[in-house]
Design a protein around this ligand. Structure first.
Ligand SMILES: Nc1ncnc2c1ncn2[C@@H]1O[C@H](COP(=O)(O)OP(=O)(O)OP(=O)(O)O)[C@@H](O)[C@H]1O
Ligand SMILES: [Mg+2]
Length: 319
């Protein structure tokens, strides 16, 4: 025991935290008066993975992030970051955070904002210059380092916020809607930054509505609705089904209703889309349509997208 106590703080931290998940929560709950923002969230985010936290507006995503960061206190339940209980200062020093509603000091330059964050972190002063230069380069703001934030577009401010979240090479980075203000090039750049973080072993907790983006970058996702996880797993676990679009004429509404047993049916007249279909049933679907007297012009199967799956999960929840 004495041996452990004599070790430097960081070494002791590593020993305790090694092998623990990046994030773990058990029945984490948050109420605001009568509103239940989070209704018993239990989840684990492994180290070094990109984790997508998805859900409709008001599902509880930002509340979950704020609880994990210690910016809100839970009504009940428990959680750990990097093996330490929520609120632990040692763990908080090892994380980065880009808030959903960011606003930086208009009168400071980009480099000054980053220096302020270095001081708040706190990082050793001798490292500030290199840290600031590196993150400005990562987020593509090197040319604007000395310009005042008041002259920045919203997207530039969001890039700066991402840069602030990366200072000090954190082990875990929370990004709450990091591309909400960005153009397609900016979104692409942020995906590259996230991939870069993952490749050096940093875990990323990504809140996003942009499902195609999440699909491209995340190893694992959890879908939250009304403050509860309704589905979670790796992208492969979640996206096992096939979606098939069939162009067909000559079917009555009653025929179409019978076909809805094949998968969630989106009926756009002559174009029927079946979601979450087992790929092996496509021939059976086509022969059923033909047997009903339907004339088939096109059958286009594609892998289920995260958006297909997300909509289906929320629809199932409504039922
Ligand atoms: N400070 C607060 N006071 C009262 N209610 C709050 C507060 N913060 C959040 N809520 C409520 O908690 C619920 C979850 O909100 P939260 O911001 O976590 O959702 P979200 O999933 O991040 O949504 P969005 O996709 O719109 O960002 C909502 O019903 C919201 O109104
Ligand atoms: Mg939010």
């Amino acid at each position: 025991m004495a041996e452990v106590a004599e070790k430097p703080e960081a070494a002791a931290f590593d020993e305790v935290a090694a092998g623990t998940p990046a994030v773990k929560t058990v029945e984490l709950t948050k109420r605001f008066g009568r509103t239940v923002a989070l209704a018993g969230l239990s989840m684990t985010v492994p180290r070094g993975e990109v984790f997508g936290f998805l859900g409709p507006n008001g599902a509880g995503k930002t509340t979950a992030v704020k609880l994990l960061l210690g910016l809100l206190t839970p009504t009940s339940g428990e959680g750990w970051l990097l093996g330490k209980r929520l609120g632990d200062l040692g763990a908080r020093r090892r994380i980065g955070y880009l808030p959903e509603l960011f606003r930086y000091q208009a009168w400071l330059s980009a480099a000054e904002v980053l220096a302020l964050h270095c001081e708040l972190a706190p990082l050793p002063r001798s490292s500030w210059k290199d840290e600031i230069r590196t993150v400005l380069d990562t987020v593509g703001l090197t040319d604007r380092a000395n310009d005042k934030i008041g002259t920045f577009s919203k997207g530039m401010q969001q890039r700066l916020g991402l840069g602030a979240a990366l200072l000090g090479e954190p082990e875990l980075v929370f990004l709450d809607e990091p591309t909400s203000a960005l153009d397609p090039v900016g979104r692409h750049d942020v995906r590259e930054v996230i991939r870069g973080l993952a490749s050096r072993g940093t875990a990323v907790f990504l809140n996003s509505h942009l499902l195609s983006e999440v699909e491209q970058v995340c190893d694992r996702v959890a879908v939250v609705d009304h403050g509860r996880v309704i589905a979670s797993g790796t992208m492969d676990d979640l996206l096992s089904g096939t979606t098939v679009r069939v162009r067909v004429t000559g079917l009555t509404q009653a025929d179409k209703n019978k076909l809805s047993g094949f998968g969630r049916l989106d009926d756009e007249g002559d174009s029927l889309t079946f979601a979450s279909l087992d790929a092996g049933r496509v021939p059976e679907l086509v022969s059923s349509i033909v047997a009903m007297g339907g004339r088939v012009y096109e059958v286009a199967p594609r892998h289920q997208t995260l958006e297909d799956r997300f909509l289906q999960l929320l629809e199932d929840e409504e039922k």
